[in-house]
Design a protein around this ligand. Structure first.
Ligand code: NAP
Length: 259
């Protein structure tokens, strides 16, 4: 799939677990050199080692997306490791729950710092290397929560994920003259460490709300990200793609039950 990706280099933030790990593994299998980024060095090392064991090319980088110096060092590490930087998957995110009556200023700031400011710091750090070659692909991991739907406890999270799309639209215009595209994947409920930590009741309820009657896999999200990163998607920018098994479609519980 997408042979144009072979030999490209990609940074994936939040790649030690979950969706990011799925992205890193899929890009590795497509022949890309992958920089696996997370705060915990041991986890990033393990994910990179798994890609290499499968025959791919990968290195680990321990960094925090909320720190500008880390993001600049991350971009430099990708160029050093692979000779160039072609693709950024700005994926790292957190989703602690807090309803409005309990949400503190610190809760709100922490979610926005990782999910929205962290995305900006990752993107801006990668731009000099991409602009110099007048080519690049940026794929943001947003969510259905915020841009399309709401969920009690995730006011700050939804704001961060909708904010990513606002950023994307302006970035896409500014970067188009450089041959850099910026697009977003909007996952529904995807089986990851983060999601399963929400508990069995949550997983059961979410599965029942998906017309396809299953949760998504990290590969489902990665397939869409690989498309946005490919040469075949060269004329697509500023767009978002929902990957949710139809979860946002039913207009009522009756509509879901009738399916
Ligand atoms: P996850 O399983 O909890 O994994 C999160 C990853 O991000 C880990 O590798 C974590 O490693 C890293 N990370 C967290 N904070 C970081 C920071 N400040 N700097 C660098 N890395 C950081 O999460 P996930 O479910 O795969 O979610 C990944 C993305 O998909 C998020 O943006 C999330 O909002 C989005 N998403 C997920 C779902 C879903 O159903 N799972 C649905 C919609 C959208 P360290 O802790 O070691 O840093």
């Amino acid at each position: 799939m997408f042979r144009s990706l072979a030999g490209r280099s990609v940074i994936v933030t939040g790649a030690s677990k979950g969706i990011g790990r799925g992205l890193a593994e899929r890009f590795g299998a497509a022949g890309c050199g992958v920089l696996v980024v997370s705060r915990q060095a041991g986890d990033a090392d393990a994910a990179a080692a798994q890609i290499r064991a499968a025959g791919g090319s990968a290195q680990a980088f321990a960094g925090d997306v909320t720190r500008q110096a880390d993001m600049r060092a991350m971009a430099a590490a990708a160029v050093e490791a692979f000779g160039a930087l072609d693709i950024l998957c700005a994926n790292a995110g957190i989703f602690p729950a807090a309803t409005l009556d309990s949400m503190t200023e610190a809760d709100f700031d922490a979610v926005l710092a990782t999910n929205l400011k962290g995305m900006f710091l990752a993107v801006s750090a990668c731009l000099p290397a991409m602009k110099a070659r007048r080519a690049g692909r940026i794929v943001l991991t947003s969510s259905i929560t915020g841009p399309v739907t709401g969920f009690p406890g995730w006011g700050h999270y939804g704001a961060s994920k909708a904010g990513q799309l606002g950023f994307m639209r302006t970035a896409a215009i500014e970067l188009a003259p450089y041959g850099i595209t910026v697009n977003a994947v909007l996952p529904g409920n995807i089986v990851t460490e983060g999601l399963t930590s929400m508990g069995e009741d949550y997983v059961r309820a979410m599965t029942a709300s998906v017309p396809m009657r299953r949760l998504g896999s990290v590969a489902d999200v990665a397939n869409a990200a690989l498309f946005f990163a490919s040469d075949e998607a060269a004329f697509i920018t500023g767009q978002s793609l929902v990957i949710d098994g139809g979860q946002i479609l039913p207009e009522s519980l009756a509509a879901l039950a009738a399916g």
